[in-house]
Structure formats: structure tokens, C-alpha cells
Write a new protein. Structure first.
Length: 201
């Protein structure tokens, strides 16, 4: 089986990966420009109609028939993802697994969304490590999320270039991510501005 983002380990592997950054906040959530990108999970769980339930064997068994998609922006907020799915009559049941991906960092897409947000976008960074959420989507959910991302293209992470570390075992499957079709915000064509750097100022 092709492995596009290999599993580094589990049960504490994320704690061994230092220096990882991410766009998500870890308290509260909002879908407006001020609150973007919302709240990312600290622990794995199963998203459903009424929120996130703790990780279980049932959630783990669902992974075999689903596609892992890395979220580094608002799709990593369970409330945002649930709203997108329910609004388009798709099931809101999604396994969510926090992850650290080595080989990526988060910058800003070079566009402003309808909500007034200069949104997060991943970029290749051999020295980088980003914290995100692996959303495990079925075919119908994948089609819905694709339609909600007109400024992004879902692409597969190249095999052997990245390492994914999670706190629970997951199947070795190709991992996809949404990359900006507009490119990245960078002063005078230089190095893209990191998401955390812009927020800090």
C-alpha cells in the first residue's frame, strides 16, 4: 500500500516532536474573522451530531474505510466541520485525530475569504513541524468538504517527504491536504509569512 505520510509512532509520539506550530487555538471557537481558525482538538475523538465523543474502538474501526485529510485551519475545528457537513446533508460522524506533521509549516493563503479572513495554508518546509487534525472522511463527506474549499485544491502529500506522529494507531494510508490555489502571502516575493508570526504581531 502506498504511504504518503508515514506514521512515526503513537502513545506519546507527539510529545517527542518539539517545536511544532499550528493555526488552531485551544480554547473556545468562532467562525468569524476574529475567532479564526477556531478550536483544534488536543485528544482524539469521534465527531457526531452533538459534539465530540471520546476515542473508542468503534472510532478506530471506522478508519479502514475512510480517507485521511490533514486540517491546519478551520476544518480542524469540530464545530466548523460539523456545520459544513450537516448543511449539505452529509453525515457529521467523523473520526478526528490530532497529529504533528514533520516537513510542513503553516503560512497565509494570498487571498481574503468572504468572512474577511486571510486564511491558513500549509507549505512545504523541510525544517518545519505543524500541529493539525487528521479528519477521516468517507466519500460523501470528502465531496462536501471539497465544495466548501473553492480557494484550495486537495492534494496528496508525497511519499517519503513527511512524517506524521499521532497519539493513537492509524492505518498507513496516503494523506491529503488542502493547498491554496492563490499561493502564499510573502513580502516582495520572499519567504512566506508564517501564521504564528503574523498572529504574534
Amino acid at each position: 500500500m502506498e504511504r504518503a505520510c508515514s506514521l512515526l509512532g503513537h502513545h506519546g509520539a507527539m510529545a517527542a516532536v518539539t517545536g511544532a506550530t499550528g493555526a488552531g487555538r485551544h480554547a473556545g471557537h468562532s467562525t468569524d474573522a476574529i475567532g479564526y481558525p477556531g478550536r483544534m482538538l488536543d485528544e482524539p475523538g469521534l465527531l457526531g451530531p452533538f459534539g465530540v465523543r471520546p476515542w473508542s474502538g468503534d472510532a478506530a474501526r471506522m478508519l479502514e474505510d475512510r480517507v485521511p485529510v490533514l486540517a491546519v485551519g478551520s476544518n480542524g475545528d469540530p464545530s466548523v466541520l460539523r456545520r459544513k457537513l450537516v448543511a449539505r446533508d452529509a453525515s457529521p460522524v467523523v473520526p478526528l485525530v490530532p497529529v504533528v506533521v514533520i516537513g510542513l509549516s503553516v503560512a497565509h493563503s494570498a487571498h481574503v475569504s468572504l468572512a474577511g479572513v486571510v486564511a491558513a495554508a500549509p507549505r512545504d518546509d523541510p525544517t518545519g513541524a505543524v500541529r493539525g487534525v487528521m479528519t477521516w472522511l468517507d466519500a460523501a463527506q470528502l465531496a462536501v468538504v471539497d465544495t466548501t474549499e473553492p480557494n484550495y485544491q486537495r492534494v496528496r502529500l508525497a511519499e517519503g517527504r513527511y512524517v506524521c506522529a499521532t497519539t493513537v494507531p492509524t492505518p498507513a494510508k496516503p494523506v491529503s491536504v488542502y493547498r491554496s490555489v492563490w499561493g502564499l502571502l510573502a513580502p516582495d516575493g520572499g519567504r512566506p509569512v508564517s501564521y504564528t508570526h503574523l498572529r504574534a504581531h
